[in-house]
Design a binder for this molecule. Structure first.
Ligand SMILES: *[C@@H]1O[C@H](CO)[C@@H](O)[C@H](O)[C@H]1NC(C)=O
Length: 371
């Protein structure tokens, strides 16, 4: 079974010299030492918020009880989108053709018009040098994260003859842990640099293939590593487990509302599913799951059959995620002069932040992650 993720990643930032923008306000360091020390701080992710006690089994306070019904509904919504028997590609194409995206852009929809320039790229033989391999297991899942050396040796990662980077599903190995005797080898890689999103940040991943199927949970996402999660923000660009549809979600540590009116106006003509919370505040102990607006949802096998580009443009007004088929990649992107303001027809998710101050400066510098 060859499950491959073949990648080319790039970040472009607005109007500032790359060396100023990269690392701005972040660790002010690059490479393994920096990312790993940051990881130590992230270890607090699995802990409860400070000041809250471990709830005792018999006296779980109402506040900490997970709303099982809401959670079941949340899962149900995702699965429905997955199991829809209709192939909607044609319907979507027709609907999209009827929309004037220049007009929507002039109304302030999607990425703000700015001149992005290339700040960082991971590609070909150099791809894996641009990331730190994190072997720490934050999530206590069924995976065992390998170092770069081990991952190459066990063929979990490779650069193929055409220069594509490949991350492959690993073998099952004995873990030595009596509670979870076997784990599948995998990798979790973090970009060695971080960028401040609100002044304009564009993250692009070009893929030839993605893995999908039972027990597989690939993700392409952004997170700040200086603060204890969810402070500093987390943005999940592409993420799906098993056969569920991909979910694009933003997590913040405080109330930050998406603008439902703008969302409705700008995404009119797209076939969307899976409405989730509109408040980005995240606290799983209080059943706050982050914001997941109605969006174009597709399962992993769809992405696997439709190679192309996944891009997220993030500025001070919101975040837009685009999926661009391989044969339609615009010349501006190919020439490293990306103009996402012209990509409206490819938007699959739009997270316009409400103009109130609730969402201002919510996110700290973000690292790119694949895991
Ligand atoms: C689309 O909108 C733009 C900007 O408002 C306008 O100039 C153009 O004529 C419109 N195109 C069509 C086909 O209506």
């Amino acid at each position: 079974m060859a499950l491959l993720l073949a990648l080319l990643c790039a970040v472009a930032v607005a109007n500032q010299a790359p060396e100023l923008q990269a690392l701005l306000g972040d660790d002010q360091c690059a490479g393994e030492t920096c990312a790993l020390s940051a990881l130590q701080r992230r270890g607090a992710k699995a802990r409860r918020p400070s000041g809250t006690e471990e709830p005792e089994a018999e006296h779980v306070s109402e506040e900490f009880r997970v709303d099982e019904d809401a959670l079941a509904q949340f899962i149900e919504d995702s699965l429905q989108a997955t199991h829809s028997p209709v192939d909607l590609a044609e319907v979507e194409e027709e609907a999209a053709a009827a929309v004037n995206y220049s007009y929507l852009a002039s109304m302030g929809c999607f990425a703000k018009p700015q001149d992005y320039r290339l700040s960082w790229r991971a590609q070909g033989r150099d791809f894996f040098n641009q990331f730190t391999f994190v072997t720490e297991d934050d999530t206590h899942g069924a995976q065992k994260y390998l170092s770069k050396q081990e991952a190459f040796r066990k063929h979990v990662i490779e650069i193929d003859h055409s220069g594509s980077a490949i991350i492959r599903l690993g073998q099952i190995e004995a873990s030595g842990d009596p509670n979870a005797p076997y784990k599948r080898t995998s990798v979790m890689i973090h970009s060695n640099y971080a960028w401040t999103p609100t002044s304009g940040m564009l993250v692009v991943m070009k893929y030839n293939h993605v893995p999908y199927g039972a027990s597989i949970w690939p993700a392409f996402w952004l997170m700040n590593s200086d603060n204890v999660w969810p402070k500093g923000g987390e943005f999940d660009i592409m993420e799906y487990a098993n056969d569920e549809a991909s979910k694009i979600t933003f997590h913040a540590d405080r109330n930050c509302m998406l603008d439902g009116r703008k969302l409705g106006q700008c995404m009119a003509g797209k076939h969307m599913g899976g409405p989730g919370p509109m408040n980005c505040k995240t606290n799983y102990w209080k059943n706050q799951l982050g914001c997941r607006p109605q969006q174009v949802q597709r399962p992993g096998d769809w992405y696997a059959k439709n190679p192309g580009v996944i891009a997220a443009a993030w500025d001070d007004e919101g975040i837009t995620v685009y999926h661009i088929p391989k044969n339609r990649i615009p010349s501006d992107l190919q020439e490293d002069q990306p103009r996402p303001q012209n990509w409206g027809e490819f938007a699959v998710a739009y997270l316009p932040m409400e103009k109130s101050h609730s969402c201002q400066n919510i996110a700290s510098p973000q690292e790119k992650r694949l895991g």
